[in-house]
Design a protein around this ligand. Structure first.
Ligand code: ARG
Length: 460
């Protein structure tokens, strides 16, 4: 029969329907290594408090090590009777130690245990996610380094707007990822607070040492309020927000790759290893990675909404609703660990079609602003310069020609200000070179940006 964590005041066991609803071990089992680490720290504290003698502590720690090895090898597995990871591991301990195994629960509750385990798990896995974010940033960086001199039509409203360097556009996707890395670092600082020692909600009458436990588990401090310690899931919600925002950034990058690889754009060709085909149309080459990145942002956002909604009406302190925090948190980690390496591989292996970008960059009259600014430099007020350039564009549209295909007479016909000299600015690379202010798309500032992004990922 099941080894339950309660029993004294219950006449019978739980109904099957309750047990099925209540069980979480199928998803919280992955907390086992963290639960065992917390158990080791707790055992030492019990021993310092004189609640375990040194022989008992030695046997306890040996059994925890043995159990950890058995979990890692798969020799010890949770059964259908184990409600959650904490129950399963207590069973494992009692199987190894008999009644001594039952001593470890003193001063500890699953409420402070689960909050501790989840913090440990997320802090650990956030480091992995950060490493994958760095790899994607590096992939963008490498491609950018190759395309400092490749012009592209920069867009607003998905309409050709002004020429940019393709490096600048790639780095515009790296910048949000650097902010995400910073968010993870900042999140970790707030998450490095240990709930262990809070007990169920009120702390303990036993002489525990939450500060020592916190240090042993790599936290920077112990929770200042035992009620908040077990009620707080800010660290889950905040992690999910960062994950959702990463998802949104990857989705926007994914969307651009879908556009870039389309027939109509043709800016980029994916490596075969990072593209998919069709079961019926032999010619197809699809950017499924980019689409999955875009699609999976939905579940990341959903996870955040799930946890915020679950928390919003909860009275302090622990409520069983909070068991629902784990699946979204785990799913966010799993999703990012899948998507990020695939995107990094796709970006680093894609071929940028420089010829297509060079051809596309001036299309849609992207140099019109250069003309207007040239007029400004001739002393024409911008308002008038804008009107004049607009008329020139209208003339070109009516003739289906480029700005540089208009005769001197026609230029003068549009405005006497439009002398043949205006042609000096009708050059895409010249337009890029003219941009020298920090953060702009000129080759100088983009090279500076490239170096700065490189420094930031290197020192991560
Ligand atoms: N499985 C529970 C959870 O994930 C552990 C805490 C249970 N605590 C309790 N008092 N029932 O939240």
């Amino acid at each position: 029969s099941a080894l339950r964590l309660w029993g004294g005041r219950f006449a019978g066991g739980p109904a099957e329907a309750l047990a099925r609803l209540s069980v979480s071990v199928q998803f919280d089992w992955r907390l086992a290594p963290y639960d065992l680490a917390a158990s080791r720290a707790h055992a030492r504290v019990l021993s310092n408090a004189g609640l375990l003698d040194s022989d008992e502590l030695g046997r306890m720690l040996a059994a925890l090590d043995d159990l950890e090895a058995a979990c890692a090898s798969g020799e010890f597995r949770p059964t259908v009777e184990d409600e959650d990871v904490h129950t399963a591991l207590e069973r494992g301990l009692i199987e190894r130690l008999g009644t001594l195994g039952g001593k470890l629960r003193a001063g500890r509750s699953r409420n402070d245990q689960v909050a501790t385990d989840l913090r440990l798990y997320l802090r650990d896995h956030a480091r992995g996610v950060a490493a994958r974010l760095v790899e994607l940033t590096e992939a963008l960086l490498e491609q950018a380094a190759r395309h400092l001199d490749t012009p592209a039509p920069g867009m607003t409203h998905l309409q050709h707007a002004q020429p940019v360097s393709f490096a600048h556009q790639l780095l515009a996707h790296a910048q949000p990822l650097l902010r995400d890395l910073d968010r993870l670092r900042d999140w970790d600082r707030r998450t490095a607070v240990s709930p262990l020692g809070a007990g169920a909600l009120a702390g303990s009458s036993l002489p525990l040492d939450p500060v020592r436990v916190a240090k042993e588990l790599g936290f920077t401090s112990a929770a200042p309020n035992s009620m908040d310690a077990v009620a707080d899931r800010d660290f889950v919600a905040e992690f999910l927000f960062v994950a959702a925002l990463v998802g949104v950034h990857l989705s926007r990058l994914g969307e651009e790759v879908v556009l870039w690889t389309s027939q109509e754009f043709g800016w980029v060709e994916l490596d075969d290893a990072f593209a998919t085909g069709s079961s019926i149309m032999p010619q197809k080459k699809n950017a499924d990675i980019a689409e999955l990145a875009r699609g999976k942002s939905g579940r990341l956002i959903g996870g955040l909404v799930t946890v915020l909604t679950m928390l919003k009406g909860l009275p302090l302190t622990y409520d069983r609703d909070m068991q629902e925090d784990k699946e979204p948190a785990f799913d966010a980690v799993d999703t990012l660990e899948l998507v990020l390496p695939a995107l990094a591989g796709m970006i680093s292996t894609m071929t940028v079609r420089v010829d297509r970008l060079v051809e596309a960059a001036p299309k849609g009259y992207t140099l019109a602003t250069e003309v207007a600014e040239w007029l400004v430099r001739q002393g024409v007020p911008f308002r008038e310069a804008h009107e004049v350039t607009g008329s020139l564009v209208a003339l070109c549209v009516s003739r289906d020609c480029g700005l540089d295909e208009v005769s001197d007479t026609d230029l003068a016909g549009v405005s006497p200000h439009l002398t043949p000299d205006v042609r000096t600015v009708l050059d895409v690379r010249g337009a890029l070179r003219a941009r020298t202010t920090p953060g702009s798309t000129g080759p100088g500032p983009v090279a500076d940006q490239l170096a700065a992004v490189g420094d930031q990922v290197e020192t991560w």
